[in-house]
Design a protein around this ligand. Sequence first.
Ligand SMILES: [Zn+2]
Length: 228
Amino acid sequence: MAEHIGIGDPPITVQIKRSARARRYSLRISNKDGAISLTVPKYAAMGEAVEFARAQEGWMRKHLAKKLKPLPLVFGGSVLFDGEYRRIEPGTGRAVRFEDGVLYVPGKPDKLPAKLRAYFKTMARERMVAASAHYADLLGQPLGRITLRDTRSRWGSCTSDGNLMYSWRLIMAPRPVQAYVAAHEVCHLVEMNHSDAYWVLVAGIFPEYKARRGWLKNNGTVLHRYMF
Ligand SMILES: [Zn+2]
């Protein structure tokens, strides 16, 4: 069971990791999403861990501000696509092309984010429609409308009349994660909740759901840092 503490105001969430091997306290900020963990000796008192983290509040805030800053999209830079960092290079013609691991974007630099966004949205639609159809088929459920949006708070949702919504930013996540979100929402066509019965259903069509869900929890915020 993970333990979390909140430091300061607004609180910084610090996950406490107890380790039999740890002799001292060590604080870590994830490069990917800025998640903070504090490794403590196995039987360390919680009060001491809180005190230690509190003394590092300034350091944590400074690093968080740096780590969570927006990521600009520029030629010569990179962006996540299907879970991998891909270089962005100037392209020719009209359409964005993905070739040999490089994203070729035609047009002027100031149009780059909008062009890439349109391409990502199209790709996300293709993927999420295909994956949703696949899992709906497995469950024998009819599919409603599917919309792609840029949502902050959720990766997908399902309405009671069977329409599904996904964030097109999922195209930046690894493909198995995209598939998981589709399976997750499609299962809501049967169970409109997160009950035990619901998770049994998910496990039935997507056995490795925990790992994929974990990826989103740990890395999801980075997908929102790109400035399209
Ligand atoms: Zn859900």
